[in-house]
Design a protein around this ligand. Structure first.
Ligand code: MEZ
Length: 535
């Protein structure tokens, strides 16, 4: 029952149409229809929201204004005032970032015998991994194969994925599930012990492995335990604010800053792994976000200033179903699993306006169309939204299914008096993922020698749109990969003189080109931090 009479009247239309809607299987859009829909309604196509970079390795490329401002910003570090003579930490492998990719990398680097250290600007596990809900893809069933997984992801990504990276992702997926299971992740299983798998948007086979609807939290819990059990040093509340190179242009460490005292430290490392995650807290185009508090594009900025190229930095993922009501959870993730287990998207008039398992970019654009030109959105205090008809799930699969399969969703809405077994919920796209990021080789190395990257900071694995469950997968496959590669590479590295000359060089480039935004980066925290201004 919704207190707002307009919302309640629309919810009643949804309830009245439910027994008919639940029998429908709305047709999939044709490629031409999708193309047209995306160009007209997807936020990536709003030209006025982007600008062309005027300096740096991606000069000439289009990126969102908010990102351009940080990429073409000045450093927090003044090289003339920064001594590089006495490192505070000296390690083989420095991992920057304590989410799923960073911890996977640290575990593998440690396994390979490297002296590894993790630094993270918040705490280990304060990361998008922790907030991922619906699951992780892997082709492990007899009716499936990595080739089939590849075809789904390649098509879903608009044929733009780097084929070697995507091939690695899908081929190593079953091993990633095995590794996680052995570490202790409790995936959902049938009584006979086989994995329960479901569809996600754009998958031709059921290959989503989940731990109810808190899959990311379960994975992060396990990885964090493993890091702690191995006694890998973790320096938390410590941000990397600049990369340090050696005189041959190879990455050789980072300048760090304590987030509480602002004290600076120097870490020297033979190899560095950037695993700093995404950028949802930049709130591109004013969208709310499903991301954790620290998702501010730091890794992109640091690597860009040191000379690494980005790939597809103009493509973002707006998760179709962010919570649109109530205000307290505005933008929070409503997992795609809700649709996987049977809920349909319904407009204000009670009509099922699309197939619920279209890919994310198509679904988001379709919802935006419903709420704009078609005038079929539900008016909410924050704008417009459509319904996700959750009571359908129990009509299809019986009582108890919601509590069993999506308990976190039930709890999230239940806190605000919405029983999702009885009432449908209001959703609208929320900024969820950066499809683009640092260009890497199949070994995980960026354009800068000895600088590796893994996780959401990387671009190119998924092309221009990622399928559900391929991100939890990529943090494991490419996190482990980066850890192994960085450990191996560190064996042949002889420490050389450290330098921040690239920072001076970048500042000169900004001055000469007039591209400087006037900002200082990395941003580290969103502007609405407790200080109420840039951190
Ligand atoms: O891969 C994701 O982004 C994911 C699993 C999200 C979700 O809807 O649960």
């Amino acid at each position: 029952m919704y207190l707002d009479p307009v919302i309640q009247a629309s919810a009643e239309k949804v309830a009245a149409a439910r027994t008919e809607n639940v029998k429908l299987d709305p047709r999939r859009m044709t490629a031409e229809e999708k193309d047209q829909l995306l160009k007209t309604y997807h936020p990536d196509y709003r030209e006025d929201q982007f600008q062309i970079l005027r300096a740096g390795p991606n000069k000439g490329d289009k990126v969102p204004h908010e990102l351009a401002s940080l990429l073409q910003a000045r450093s927090r570090v003044d090289p003339a005032q920064t001594s590089l003579d006495a490192p505070d930490y000296d390690v083989d492998v420095l991992v920057i970032g304590g989410g799923g990719a960073g911890t996977s990398a640290a575990i593998e680097a440690h396994e390979a015998g490297a002296n590894v250290m993790v630094v993270t600007k918040l705490r280990m596990g304060d990361a998008n991994t922790m907030m991922a809900e619906g699951g992780i893809q892997a082709a492990g069933k007899p009716n499936d194969s990595p080739a089939q997984h590849f075809l789904d992801a390649y098509g879903g990504g608009h044929f733009a994925a780097q084929k070697d990276l995507l091939a690695k992702l899908v081929t190593e997926a079953p091993e990633a599930i095995r590794w996680l299971s052995e570490l202790g992740v409790e995936f959902d299983k049938a009584p006979d012990g086989t994995m329960i798998t479901t569809h996600g948007g754009g998958t031709s086979r059921k290959r989503m492995h989940a731990a109810k609807d808190y899959s990311g939290a379960e994975i992060m819990r396990t990885l964090r335990d493993e890091v702690l059990n191995r006694q890998i040093p973790v320096v938390d509340f410590t941000a990397a604010i600049e990369l340090v190179l050696d005189e041959n242009g190879r990455c050789a460490g980072a300048v760090l800053m304590n987030m509480e005292t602002r004290e600076r430290k120097l870490a020297r490392a033979k190899t560095v792994i950037l695993a700093t995650g995404g950028a949802g807290r930049l709130h591109y185009q004013g969208f709310p976000t499903s991301n954790h508090y620290g998702a501010t594009a730091d890794g992109l900025v640091l690597a860009y200033r040191a000379g690494a190229r980005l790939l597809y930095a103009d493509t973002l993922q707006y998760h179709p179903t962010g919570a649109a009501f109530p205000a307290q959870i505005f933008g929070a993730l409503v997992t795609e699993k809700v649709r996987s287990v049977g809920a349909m998207l319904i407009n204000a008039n009670g009509e099922a306006f699309m197939n619920p398992l279209e890919t994310r970019d198509v679904s988001a654009a379709s919802i935006i169309r419903e709420c704009s030109d078609r005038g079929s959105g539900v008016k909410t205090p924050a704008g417009y939204a459509v319904w996700l008809d959750t009571p359908m799930i129990e009509l299809k699969h019986g009582k108890g299914t919601i509590e069993k399969r999506i308990p976190a969703m039930m709890r999230m809405f239940g806190k605000y008096g919405i029983d999702i077994r009885v009432d449908p919920i209001l959703v609208y796209p929320t900024l969820h993922y950066q499809n683009g990021g640092l260009k890497i080789t199949v070994d995980g190395q960026t354009d800068i020698e000895n600088l590796f990257a893994a996780g959401e900071v990387v671009g190119g694995i998924h092309g221009r749109n990622r399928l559900m469950g391929n991100s939890l997968l990529d943090i494991i496959v490419f996190g482990r990969n980066a850890g192994r590669s960085a450990a191996e590479k560190s064996r042949g590295v002889q420490p050389e003189k450290l330098t921040l000359a690239h920072v001076d060089q970048f500042h000169r480039l900004l001055d000469q080109s007039g591209a400087g935004s006037g900002a200082v980066s990395p941003k580290l925290l969103p502007t609405y931090n407790s200080l109420g201004k840039d951190f």
